[in-house]
Design a protein around this ligand. Structure first.
Ligand SMILES: *Cc1c(COP(=O)(O)O)cnc(C)c1O
Ligand SMILES: [Zn+2]
Length: 393
């Protein structure tokens, strides 16, 4: 008999570098073997049918079968996910594009898609009996972690660059988090986290250093397919910092193929990593200007979420770009702001600079002929502009 009640099909964790098996039913961080991200694997042959979805709640927890939380009582939710995919008809007609859409992650709790990752990661931390969590952040991840820890009754320590706009800091404090400011970028915050956590007092929720923020973010891929009635866009533009969303969306497409939700011969979208010129390690490596980003030095950018100079997920990001036949592109500060303003003026959307960069990237890729006007182009706007006021002046 087909079961209608969601229950996690989580099976094990796999090292993203060498494939080694890791136990999914205890606290895990990076892999023991390679110190690299662990990827959650599910029993996808256990009959999770897409027809079960119609009766489920309109949040990312509708995909609970392919999420790691075993006991639904441990789900820590503020209503994250199931954000709309909006057509951008006025922008499309101005630029003679056939189908331009935007998935608006700015409508998530705490104003960004970081809510997805943190909802799932903090739920799992709660399930594992953690009491306190710590995170280095460029802004949005810290706000989201603080909110979900408050909701779960866990202690939260957020380590953020001093130059981050005040709204991010104030919101963390409202959620009762301890806020620590550091001169530098997120990698400097990560060093501070290592120092503060030298006795392992806190659970470190750094991007891809625990396995489940990725699982929360992958639900964007499930939603894109479901909301477009199991068709897919030709291209997805994604503002890439740590790369979790990009890797997660691709993971979702692979899982949906295994589940039989999308046909083996259905083309998958090309994924485009959009970065800031000020900090574009992935673009540099993608174009062979460096072998990897181990020694890359980034500068602050108005798109705070893109200021990740040495992402641990770099190999996975590059694999995803190549496997999807995508590309990588860097956008100037002026162009991303113009992108924000154009989306505002034409469509009534107030997106984060990260989202503005997507439209700037689309225009450049159209100009280069890499994108074609007849393609369905989806901009994955990761956050609301609300917290970035200082950056817009
Ligand atoms: C964190 C963040 C990003 C980068 O996300 P990754 O999935 O880590 O690449 C992009 N946009 C915003 C608004 C963010 O907060
Ligand atoms: Zn390994």
């Amino acid at each position: 008999m087909e079961t209608m009640i969601a229950s996690s099909l989580l099976d094990h964790l796999q090292c993203s570098q060498c494939g080694q098996y890791h136990d999914a039913f205890r606290r895990q961080t990076v892999s023991d073997c390679c110190q690299m991200p662990l990827l959650a694997q599910y029993q996808l042959d256990q009959g999770f049918s897409k027809h079960q979805l119609s009766s489920r709640e309109k949040s990312l927890w509708r995909y609970a079968d392919v999420l790691p939380v075993v006991d639904p009582m441990n789900q820590v939710s503020l209503g994250e996910g199931f954000t709309p995919i909006l057509p951008l008809p006025r922008l499309a007609s101005t630029y003679s594009l056939q189908r331009l859409t935007l998935k608006d992650e700015g409508l998530n709790p705490t104003g960004s898609f970081k809510a997805r990752g943190m909802s799932v990661a903090i739920s799992k931390a709660k399930e594992n009996g953690e009491k306190a969590c710590i995170v280095p952040t460029a802004g949005n991840a810290g706000v989201a972690m603080a909110a979900y820890c408050a909701r779960a009754g866990l202690e939260a320590i957020v380590v953020m660059p001093r130059h981050t706009p005040d709204a991010f800091k104030e919101e963390c404090l409202v959620y009762g988090a301890t806020l620590i400011l550091v001169d530098g970028l997120i990698n400097d915050c990560a060093a501070k986290v290592r120092e503060l956590n030298s006795h392992d007092d806190y659970f470190d929720v750094s991007t891809l250093k625990e396995p489940y923020r990725l699982e929360g973010k992958k639900t964007m891929g499930y939603e894109i397919a479901e909301q477009l009635n199991w068709t897919l866009p030709d291209v997805i533009l994604y503002p890439t910092g740590g790369g979790t969303g990009l890797i997660g969306i691709w993971k979702a497409f692979q899982e949906m193929r295994s589940l039989g939700w999308i046909a083996p011969d259905q083309p998958l979208p090309k994924l485009v990593a959009v970065q800031a010129e000020q900090c574009c390690p992935i673009v540099k490596t993608y174009y062979g200007e460096q072998t990897n980003s181990k020694h890359y030095v980034g500068q602050p950018t108005l798109a705070n979420g893109l200021a990740v100079p040495r992402p641990i997920g770099e190999p996975l990001i590059l694999d995803t770009l190549r496997a999807s036949q995508g590309t990588a592109i860097a956008i100037s500060e002026a162009d991303m702001l113009e992108g924000v303003r154009e989306l505002g003026r034409h469509e009534g959307l107030f997106v984060a600079p990260e989202g503005g960069a997507l439209w700037a990237a689309a225009r450049q890729l159209l100009h280069q002929g890499w994108l074609r006007p007849e393609q369905h182009i989806l901009l994955l706007n990761t956050g609301s502009g609300q917290k970035y006021m200082e950056n817009l002046r």
